[in-house]
Design a protein around this ligand. Structure first.
Ligand SMILES: C[S@@+](CC[C@H](N)C(=O)[O-])C[C@H]1O[C@@H](n2cnc3c(N)ncnc32)[C@H](O)[C@@H]1O
Length: 294
């Protein structure tokens, strides 16, 4: 389920990665810049550096910049992700890199072949076996660094906030109510009827719109709050001017909005499910210690 959610996310094209890291993107880039400046100097010539669950290559792009500054040295950069679109974006963003569609728990790499493995909000989606996989692929003097979702941390809290509002509004059935009201109007229009609105469907739609607007107003600030505020405004406009639209256009827009909010909900769930906690970190530490790393 999580894999599908992410493949669909990256198939959305450019700009998808803007959603990751949000306001913290500058700080994330600074973190990787410092990391690569320090660790590339110590890495051997020809060293293989991999971004696991790379997404659009946010960390790999920083590695490429840092490697470019060490002009006399040569490094091989690689991106791995379960989404082909994400891998393609990574390769575009990190000139000279290679990539492959791969589950983080099954990397197409030889034992001890990696000098540096990194992951930004990624490897944890592939579960604990992915950490053992990185330990298998890491050279004895290799370095692994990850920025991960942490249960109860800032991103987890943000996702929880988004998820709560998405769940609440999904439970109200707003898309069903809008779909029923619009379909009935368009059916009556096709029949040439004078009474174009079904009173019961209109009452239901109005009630759900009001409930959803109240839920959005009461919700703490979040990306989902902004998204629904916009969506409810657009939906209100569509319902009011429905006769100006062709059936397929209006119903298609509605179906698209439902699909994208449902995908958003899936991503929030997937992020929260992937978040590590203190026990998870202890287990991961154990995996690397057992593989001989400090
Ligand atoms: C929150 S995004 C982070 C992407 C990127 N590292 C970044 O920071 O922009 C999580 C990424 O993990 C990838 N992913 C999810 N499950 C995976 C798995 N089992 N193996 C490899 N990649 C996975 C998704 O496709 C997505 O690109």
């Amino acid at each position: 389920m999580s894999n599908e959610v992410w493949r669909e996310f990256w198939s959305g094209g450019e700009g998808a990665e803007q959603a990751i890291g949000g306001a913290h993107r500058g700080r994330l880039t600074d973190f990787w810049r410092e990391f690569f400046c320090e660790n590339l100097k110590a890495a051997p010539d020809g060293a293989l550096i991999a971004d696991i669950a790379s997404g659009a290559g946010a960390a790999l792009a920083v590695a490429a910049d840092a490697a470019g500054e060490l002009a006399a040295r040569r490094f091989r950069l690689a991106a791995f992700d379960i989404s082909g679109d994400a891998v393609r974006s990574s390769i575009q963003r990190a000139p000279g890199s290679i990539g492959a569609v791969a589950d983080g728990a099954l990397l197409p790499l030889a034992d001890r072949s990696l000098a540096i493995a990194v992951s930004q909000f990624g490897v944890e989606y592939a579960g604990r076996p992915a950490f053992a996989e990185i330990a298998r692929c890491l050279a004895p003097a290799g370095v692994f660094s990850a920025l991960s979702h942490y249960s109860g941390g800032a991103i987890d809290a943000e996702c929880a906030c988004n998820e709560a509002l998405l769940d609440r509004i999904a439970a109200m059935g707003i898309f069903n109510a809008a779909d029923a009201a619009l379909k009935e109007t368009y059916r009556r229009r096709r029949l040439g009827r004078g009474d174009l609105a079904d009173p019961a469907a209109e009452r239901k739609l109005k009630r759900v719109q009001q409930q959803a607007a109240a839920a959005v107003a009461a919700a703490p600030p979040s990306a989902a709050k902004q998204m629904f505020a916009r969506l409810l405004g657009d939906l209100g406009g569509l319902a009011a001017r429905r006769l100006a639209y062709a059936d397929g256009d209006a119903l298609g827009w509605l179906a698209g909005m439902e699909a994208s909010t449902s995908a958003y909900r899936g991503r929030m769930r997937s992020m929260r499910a992937a978040a590590l906690d203190a026990r998870g970190l202890a287990v991961i530490g154990e995996i690397f210690r057992n593989a001989g790393f400090a």
